[in-house]
Design a protein around this ligand. Sequence first.
Ligand code: NAP
Ligand code: G4F
Length: 321
Amino acid sequence: MKKALITGITGQDGSYLAELLLSKGYKVYGLKRRTATPNFENIKHLLDQIELVPGDLLDLSSLINAVKISEPDEVYNLAAQSFVGDSWAQSIYTGQATALGVANMLEAVRLVKPSARFYQASSSEMFGRVMETPQTEKTPFYPRSPYGVAKVYGHWITVNYRESYEMFTCSGILFNHESPRRGLEFVTRKITDAVAKIKLGLQHELRLGNLDAKRDWGFAGDYVKAMWLMLQQENPDDYVIATGETHTVKEFVEIAFQHVGLDWQNYVIQDEKFMRPAEVDLLLGSPRKAKDKLGWEPEVSFEQLVKTMVDHDLEKNRVIP
Ligand code: NAP
Ligand code: G4F
Protein backbone atom coordinates (compact mmCIF):
# COMPACT_ATOMS: atom_id res chain seq x y z
CA MET A 1 0.00 0.00 0.00
CA LYS A 2 1.40 3.43 -0.99
CA LYS A 3 1.70 6.02 1.76
CA ALA A 4 1.24 9.77 1.35
CA LEU A 5 1.82 12.70 3.69
CA ILE A 6 -0.31 15.79 3.00
CA THR A 7 0.50 19.13 4.65
CA GLY A 8 -2.49 21.50 4.67
CA ILE A 9 -4.95 18.62 4.97
CA THR A 10 -7.58 20.77 6.71
CA GLY A 11 -7.65 23.21 3.76
CA GLN A 12 -9.63 23.11 0.54
CA ASP A 13 -7.13 21.19 -1.60
CA GLY A 14 -5.91 18.93 1.23
CA SER A 15 -9.41 17.56 1.72
CA TYR A 16 -10.02 16.84 -1.99
CA LEU A 17 -6.55 15.31 -2.36
CA ALA A 18 -7.09 13.07 0.68
CA GLU A 19 -10.35 11.81 -0.87
CA LEU A 20 -8.59 11.12 -4.18
CA LEU A 21 -5.68 9.23 -2.58
CA LEU A 22 -8.01 7.19 -0.35
CA SER A 23 -10.01 6.20 -3.44
CA LYS A 24 -6.74 4.94 -4.96
CA GLY A 25 -5.98 2.79 -1.93
CA TYR A 26 -3.31 4.99 -0.29
CA LYS A 27 -2.67 5.19 3.42
CA VAL A 28 -3.07 8.92 4.03
CA TYR A 29 -1.30 10.93 6.75
CA GLY A 30 -2.16 14.59 7.30
CA LEU A 31 0.04 17.16 9.00
CA LYS A 32 -2.12 19.08 11.47
CA ARG A 33 -0.99 22.16 13.39
CA ARG A 34 -2.43 22.99 16.77
CA THR A 35 -5.48 25.24 16.84
CA ALA A 36 -7.41 26.41 19.91
CA THR A 37 -10.72 25.29 18.42
CA PRO A 38 -11.33 22.42 15.98
CA ASN A 39 -11.12 23.17 12.24
CA PHE A 40 -12.13 19.80 10.80
CA GLU A 41 -14.98 21.17 8.65
CA ASN A 42 -13.41 20.02 5.33
CA ILE A 43 -12.21 16.62 6.56
CA LYS A 44 -14.75 15.58 9.18
CA HIS A 45 -16.08 12.87 6.82
CA LEU A 46 -12.55 11.43 6.48
CA LEU A 47 -11.35 11.44 10.07
CA ASP A 48 -11.76 7.69 10.57
CA GLN A 49 -9.83 6.93 7.34
CA ILE A 50 -6.76 9.15 7.73
CA GLU A 51 -4.05 9.55 10.34
CA LEU A 52 -3.25 13.04 11.61
CA VAL A 53 0.29 13.81 12.73
CA PRO A 54 1.09 16.97 14.69
CA GLY A 55 3.36 19.55 13.08
CA ASP A 56 3.87 23.08 11.83
CA LEU A 57 5.72 24.31 8.73
CA LEU A 58 7.72 26.67 10.95
CA ASP A 59 8.98 23.88 13.17
CA LEU A 60 11.53 21.66 11.42
CA SER A 61 11.75 19.01 14.14
CA SER A 62 7.97 18.46 13.96
CA LEU A 63 8.26 17.96 10.19
CA ILE A 64 11.14 15.51 10.62
CA ASN A 65 8.99 13.64 13.09
CA ALA A 66 6.01 13.64 10.70
CA VAL A 67 8.14 12.13 7.92
CA LYS A 68 9.51 9.52 10.37
CA ILE A 69 6.00 8.53 11.47
CA SER A 70 4.49 8.38 7.99
CA GLU A 71 7.46 7.00 5.98
CA PRO A 72 5.77 8.43 2.88
CA ASP A 73 6.20 7.41 -0.75
CA GLU A 74 4.72 10.78 -1.70
CA VAL A 75 4.66 14.15 0.09
CA TYR A 76 2.20 16.86 -0.99
CA ASN A 77 3.20 20.23 0.48
CA LEU A 78 -0.07 22.18 0.37
CA ALA A 79 0.25 24.08 3.65
CA ALA A 80 0.84 27.83 3.43
CA GLN A 81 -0.42 31.23 4.50
CA SER A 82 -2.53 31.16 1.34
CA PHE A 83 -4.53 34.39 1.43
CA VAL A 84 -2.96 37.07 -0.79
CA GLY A 85 -5.03 39.84 0.82
CA ASP A 86 -3.55 39.26 4.29
CA SER A 87 0.00 38.86 3.04
CA TRP A 88 0.72 42.62 3.22
CA ALA A 89 -0.39 42.84 6.85
CA GLN A 90 1.54 39.66 7.72
CA SER A 91 4.43 39.77 5.29
CA ILE A 92 7.09 38.35 7.62
CA TYR A 93 4.89 35.47 8.71
CA THR A 94 3.89 34.84 5.08
CA GLY A 95 7.58 34.58 4.18
CA GLN A 96 8.25 32.23 7.08
CA ALA A 97 5.37 29.87 6.27
CA THR A 98 4.91 30.13 2.51
CA ALA A 99 8.60 30.48 1.56
CA LEU A 100 10.84 29.03 4.29
CA GLY A 101 8.18 26.47 5.23
CA VAL A 102 8.88 24.81 1.87
CA ALA A 103 12.59 24.60 2.66
CA ASN A 104 11.77 23.11 6.07
CA MET A 105 9.56 20.46 4.47
CA LEU A 106 12.16 19.65 1.80
CA GLU A 107 14.86 19.36 4.47
CA ALA A 108 12.71 16.96 6.49
CA VAL A 109 12.23 14.79 3.41
CA ARG A 110 15.90 14.98 2.41
CA LEU A 111 17.08 13.99 5.90
CA VAL A 112 14.58 11.21 6.60
CA LYS A 113 13.21 9.81 3.29
CA PRO A 114 14.98 11.38 0.28
CA SER A 115 13.43 8.83 -2.09
CA ALA A 116 9.93 10.19 -1.39
CA ARG A 117 8.33 12.07 -4.29
CA PHE A 118 7.56 15.69 -3.41
CA TYR A 119 4.84 18.02 -4.72
CA GLN A 120 5.02 21.78 -4.09
CA ALA A 121 1.87 23.91 -4.32
CA SER A 122 3.16 26.78 -6.45
CA SER A 123 0.87 29.49 -7.71
CA SER A 124 -0.10 31.62 -10.71
CA GLU A 125 0.38 34.59 -8.32
CA MET A 126 4.08 34.18 -9.19
CA PHE A 127 3.25 35.62 -12.66
CA GLY A 128 1.74 38.75 -11.04
CA ARG A 129 2.19 41.62 -13.50
CA VAL A 130 2.17 39.18 -16.36
CA MET A 131 5.01 39.26 -18.88
CA GLU A 132 3.00 37.36 -21.53
CA THR A 133 -0.47 35.89 -22.07
CA PRO A 134 -1.31 33.08 -21.77
CA GLN A 135 1.15 32.20 -19.01
CA THR A 136 3.16 29.00 -19.47
CA GLU A 137 5.92 27.14 -17.59
CA LYS A 138 8.40 29.42 -19.41
CA THR A 139 6.79 32.78 -18.55
CA PRO A 140 9.08 34.86 -16.28
CA PHE A 141 7.78 35.59 -12.77
CA TYR A 142 6.86 39.10 -11.55
CA PRO A 143 5.08 38.65 -8.22
CA ARG A 144 2.92 41.51 -6.89
CA SER A 145 2.37 40.58 -3.23
CA PRO A 146 4.39 39.24 -0.29
CA TYR A 147 2.49 36.00 -0.92
CA GLY A 148 3.57 35.89 -4.57
CA VAL A 149 7.18 36.64 -3.62
CA ALA A 150 7.14 33.84 -1.03
CA LYS A 151 5.74 31.39 -3.59
CA VAL A 152 8.56 32.24 -6.01
CA TYR A 153 11.06 31.19 -3.31
CA GLY A 154 9.05 27.98 -2.71
CA HIS A 155 9.10 27.23 -6.43
CA TRP A 156 12.83 27.73 -6.90
CA ILE A 157 13.87 25.87 -3.74
CA THR A 158 11.81 22.92 -5.03
CA VAL A 159 13.63 23.08 -8.38
CA ASN A 160 16.93 23.49 -6.54
CA TYR A 161 16.46 20.35 -4.42
CA ARG A 162 15.71 18.41 -7.61
CA GLU A 163 18.92 19.67 -9.22
CA SER A 164 21.13 19.55 -6.09
CA TYR A 165 20.13 16.22 -4.58
CA GLU A 166 18.43 14.44 -7.50
CA MET A 167 15.25 14.32 -5.46
CA PHE A 168 11.93 13.72 -7.28
CA THR A 169 10.41 17.16 -6.68
CA CYS A 170 7.64 18.74 -8.78
CA SER A 171 6.16 22.20 -8.70
CA GLY A 172 2.55 22.59 -9.80
CA ILE A 173 1.88 26.16 -10.90
CA LEU A 174 -1.83 26.15 -10.22
CA PHE A 175 -4.19 28.91 -11.26
CA ASN A 176 -7.14 29.80 -9.00
CA HIS A 177 -9.31 26.83 -8.13
CA GLU A 178 -12.44 26.97 -6.07
CA SER A 179 -15.16 24.80 -4.55
CA PRO A 180 -17.79 24.79 -1.82
CA ARG A 181 -14.84 24.14 0.57
CA ARG A 182 -13.08 27.40 -0.34
CA GLY A 183 -12.31 29.71 2.60
CA LEU A 184 -14.91 32.48 3.05
CA GLU A 185 -12.35 35.28 2.61
CA PHE A 186 -11.56 34.41 -1.04
CA VAL A 187 -13.64 36.38 -3.54
CA THR A 188 -15.57 33.46 -5.09
CA ARG A 189 -16.82 32.01 -1.81
CA LYS A 190 -17.40 35.48 -0.37
CA ILE A 191 -19.70 36.11 -3.34
CA THR A 192 -21.57 32.79 -3.30
CA ASP A 193 -22.07 32.88 0.48
CA ALA A 194 -23.39 36.46 0.25
CA VAL A 195 -25.69 35.64 -2.69
CA ALA A 196 -27.20 32.78 -0.70
CA LYS A 197 -27.65 34.94 2.41
CA ILE A 198 -29.17 37.81 0.38
CA LYS A 199 -31.58 35.39 -1.32
CA LEU A 200 -32.61 34.03 2.09
CA GLY A 201 -33.03 37.53 3.56
CA LEU A 202 -30.08 37.11 5.95
CA GLN A 203 -27.85 39.81 4.38
CA HIS A 204 -28.61 42.98 2.42
CA GLU A 205 -25.46 44.02 0.56
CA LEU A 206 -22.12 42.68 -0.67
CA ARG A 207 -18.99 44.83 -0.38
CA LEU A 208 -16.20 44.01 -2.82
CA GLY A 209 -12.94 45.49 -4.08
CA ASN A 210 -11.72 45.37 -7.70
CA LEU A 211 -14.46 43.96 -9.95
CA ASP A 212 -12.31 44.17 -13.10
CA ALA A 213 -9.59 41.71 -12.04
CA LYS A 214 -9.49 38.65 -14.31
CA ARG A 215 -8.81 35.15 -13.09
CA ASP A 216 -8.55 31.69 -14.67
CA TRP A 217 -10.90 29.84 -12.30
CA GLY A 218 -11.24 26.04 -12.18
CA PHE A 219 -12.64 23.43 -9.81
CA ALA A 220 -10.39 22.22 -6.95
CA GLY A 221 -11.53 18.59 -7.37
CA ASP A 222 -10.11 18.61 -10.93
CA TYR A 223 -6.84 20.25 -9.85
CA VAL A 224 -5.85 17.71 -7.17
CA LYS A 225 -5.90 15.02 -9.89
CA ALA A 226 -3.14 16.95 -11.66
CA MET A 227 -1.05 16.99 -8.46
CA TRP A 228 -1.24 13.21 -8.22
CA LEU A 229 -0.49 12.74 -11.93
CA MET A 230 2.71 14.82 -11.63
CA LEU A 231 4.09 12.41 -9.04
CA GLN A 232 3.27 9.34 -11.17
CA GLN A 233 5.48 10.39 -14.12
CA GLU A 234 8.85 8.86 -14.93
CA ASN A 235 10.66 12.17 -14.36
CA PRO A 236 9.97 15.13 -12.08
CA ASP A 237 8.92 18.36 -13.79
CA ASP A 238 6.92 21.57 -13.35
CA TYR A 239 3.46 22.12 -14.83
CA VAL A 240 0.96 24.94 -15.25
CA ILE A 241 -2.54 23.79 -14.28
CA ALA A 242 -5.30 26.06 -15.59
CA THR A 243 -8.49 26.04 -17.66
CA GLY A 244 -7.27 28.35 -20.45
CA GLU A 245 -10.26 30.72 -19.88
CA THR A 246 -10.33 33.98 -17.99
CA HIS A 247 -13.27 35.84 -16.40
CA THR A 248 -13.66 39.05 -14.43
CA VAL A 249 -14.81 39.18 -10.82
CA LYS A 250 -17.85 41.06 -12.21
CA GLU A 251 -18.76 38.09 -14.46
CA PHE A 252 -18.59 35.77 -11.45
CA VAL A 253 -20.89 38.16 -9.54
CA GLU A 254 -23.36 38.42 -12.44
CA ILE A 255 -23.74 34.66 -12.87
CA ALA A 256 -24.04 34.03 -9.13
CA PHE A 257 -26.84 36.61 -8.67
CA GLN A 258 -28.58 35.58 -11.91
CA HIS A 259 -28.66 31.99 -10.67
CA VAL A 260 -30.98 33.00 -7.80
CA GLY A 261 -33.00 35.43 -9.94
CA LEU A 262 -31.51 38.68 -8.57
CA ASP A 263 -29.86 41.71 -10.23
CA TRP A 264 -26.36 42.16 -8.74
CA GLN A 265 -26.41 45.92 -9.27
CA ASN A 266 -28.99 46.26 -6.49
CA TYR A 267 -26.69 44.66 -3.90
CA VAL A 268 -22.99 45.09 -4.74
CA ILE A 269 -21.06 48.05 -3.34
CA GLN A 270 -17.43 48.75 -4.23
CA ASP A 271 -15.39 49.34 -1.08
CA GLU A 272 -11.81 50.70 -0.98
CA LYS A 273 -11.16 48.47 2.02
CA PHE A 274 -10.99 45.43 -0.28
CA MET A 275 -8.64 46.98 -2.88
CA ARG A 276 -5.05 45.69 -2.78
CA PRO A 277 -1.87 47.82 -2.61
CA ALA A 278 -0.71 46.11 -5.82
CA GLU A 279 -3.12 44.12 -7.96
CA VAL A 280 -2.73 41.18 -10.33
CA ASP A 281 -4.97 42.34 -13.18
CA LEU A 282 -5.05 39.33 -15.45
CA LEU A 283 -4.31 35.64 -15.10
CA LEU A 284 -4.81 33.21 -17.96
CA GLY A 285 -2.90 29.94 -18.00
CA SER A 286 -2.04 27.54 -20.76
CA PRO A 287 -2.76 23.93 -19.74
CA ARG A 288 -1.06 22.67 -22.95
CA LYS A 289 1.88 20.88 -21.30
CA ALA A 290 -0.36 19.28 -18.64
CA LYS A 291 -2.69 18.06 -21.41
CA ASP A 292 0.13 16.65 -23.56
CA LYS A 293 2.31 15.09 -20.83
CA LEU A 294 -0.12 14.25 -18.01
CA GLY A 295 -3.28 13.72 -20.08
CA TRP A 296 -4.96 16.16 -17.66
CA GLU A 297 -7.96 18.29 -18.56
CA PRO A 298 -10.39 20.29 -16.41
CA GLU A 299 -13.90 18.82 -16.30
CA VAL A 300 -16.00 21.49 -14.57
CA SER A 301 -16.88 24.66 -16.54
CA PHE A 302 -16.83 28.18 -15.10
CA GLU A 303 -20.64 28.43 -15.07
CA GLN A 304 -21.06 25.02 -13.47
CA LEU A 305 -18.55 26.00 -10.79
CA VAL A 306 -20.35 29.25 -9.90
CA LYS A 307 -23.76 27.56 -9.78
CA THR A 308 -22.55 24.61 -7.69
CA MET A 309 -21.00 26.98 -5.13
CA VAL A 310 -24.18 29.08 -4.92
CA ASP A 311 -26.38 25.96 -4.55
CA HIS A 312 -24.13 24.64 -1.79
CA ASP A 313 -24.24 27.95 0.10
CA LEU A 314 -28.04 28.18 -0.26
CA GLU A 315 -28.31 24.74 1.31
CA LYS A 316 -25.80 25.52 4.06
CA ASN A 317 -27.40 28.83 5.01
CA ARG A 318 -30.89 27.31 5.01
CA VAL A 319 -29.75 24.77 7.61
CA ILE A 320 -27.46 26.99 9.69
CA PRO A 321 -28.28 30.64 9.01
P1 NAP B 1 -6.18 26.71 2.31
O1 NAP B 1 -7.58 26.20 2.17
O2 NAP B 1 -5.96 28.07 2.84
O3 NAP B 1 -5.36 25.66 3.21
C1 NAP B 1 -4.11 25.98 3.74
C2 NAP B 1 -3.69 24.86 4.68
O4 NAP B 1 -2.39 25.14 5.19
C3 NAP B 1 -4.61 24.67 5.90
O5 NAP B 1 -4.74 23.29 6.16
C4 NAP B 1 -3.81 25.33 7.02
O6 NAP B 1 -4.09 24.83 8.30
C5 NAP B 1 -2.40 24.93 6.60
N1 NAP B 1 -1.36 25.74 7.23
C6 NAP B 1 -1.23 27.09 7.17
N2 NAP B 1 -0.14 27.49 7.83
C7 NAP B 1 0.44 26.36 8.34
C8 NAP B 1 1.58 26.12 9.13
N3 NAP B 1 2.37 27.11 9.55
N4 NAP B 1 1.88 24.83 9.46
C9 NAP B 1 1.09 23.81 9.04
N5 NAP B 1 -0.02 23.98 8.31
C10 NAP B 1 -0.34 25.25 7.97
O7 NAP B 1 -5.43 26.64 0.89
P2 NAP B 1 -5.83 25.82 -0.44
O8 NAP B 1 -6.70 26.69 -1.28
O9 NAP B 1 -6.22 24.44 -0.09
O10 NAP B 1 -4.42 25.80 -1.19
C11 NAP B 1 -3.46 24.77 -0.94
C12 NAP B 1 -2.09 25.25 -1.36
O11 NAP B 1 -2.10 25.60 -2.74
C13 NAP B 1 -1.60 26.51 -0.63
O12 NAP B 1 -0.20 26.38 -0.50
C14 NAP B 1 -1.93 27.64 -1.60
O13 NAP B 1 -1.06 28.72 -1.37
C15 NAP B 1 -1.67 26.94 -2.92
N6 NAP B 1 -2.43 27.44 -4.06
C16 NAP B 1 -3.78 27.54 -3.98
C17 NAP B 1 -4.50 27.94 -5.11
C18 NAP B 1 -6.00 28.07 -5.06
O14 NAP B 1 -6.56 28.71 -5.96
N7 NAP B 1 -6.67 27.45 -4.11
C19 NAP B 1 -3.82 28.24 -6.31
C20 NAP B 1 -2.44 28.10 -6.33
C21 NAP B 1 -1.74 27.68 -5.22
P3 NAP B 1 -5.24 25.49 9.25
O15 NAP B 1 -6.53 24.84 8.84
O16 NAP B 1 -4.78 25.13 10.60
O17 NAP B 1 -5.23 26.97 8.97
O1 G4F C 1 -10.11 35.25 -4.36
P1 G4F C 1 -8.87 36.04 -4.20
O2 G4F C 1 -8.56 36.52 -2.82
O3 G4F C 1 -7.70 35.17 -4.80
P2 G4F C 1 -6.24 35.49 -5.36
O4 G4F C 1 -5.70 36.75 -4.78
O5 G4F C 1 -6.31 35.42 -6.84
O6 G4F C 1 -5.39 34.28 -4.76
C1 G4F C 1 -5.86 32.95 -4.83
O7 G4F C 1 -5.41 32.37 -6.02
C2 G4F C 1 -3.97 32.23 -6.12
C3 G4F C 1 -3.67 31.62 -7.48
O8 G4F C 1 -3.48 32.65 -8.42
C4 G4F C 1 -3.49 31.37 -4.98
F1 G4F C 1 -2.15 31.18 -5.08
C5 G4F C 1 -3.84 32.00 -3.67
O9 G4F C 1 -3.44 31.13 -2.60
C6 G4F C 1 -5.35 32.19 -3.61
O10 G4F C 1 -5.95 30.91 -3.56
O11 G4F C 1 -8.93 37.33 -5.14
C7 G4F C 1 -9.20 37.21 -6.53
C8 G4F C 1 -9.39 38.61 -7.14
C9 G4F C 1 -8.29 39.61 -6.77
O12 G4F C 1 -7.96 40.34 -7.93
C10 G4F C 1 -8.93 40.55 -5.77
O13 G4F C 1 -8.42 41.87 -5.77
O14 G4F C 1 -10.60 39.17 -6.61
C11 G4F C 1 -10.37 40.52 -6.27
N1 G4F C 1 -11.35 40.94 -5.26
C12 G4F C 1 -12.29 41.92 -5.45
N2 G4F C 1 -12.98 42.09 -4.32
C13 G4F C 1 -11.47 40.47 -4.02
C14 G4F C 1 -12.51 41.18 -3.42
N3 G4F C 1 -10.81 39.49 -3.36
C15 G4F C 1 -11.19 39.20 -2.09
N4 G4F C 1 -10.56 38.19 -1.44
N5 G4F C 1 -12.18 39.90 -1.45
C16 G4F C 1 -12.87 40.90 -2.07
O15 G4F C 1 -13.77 41.52 -1.51
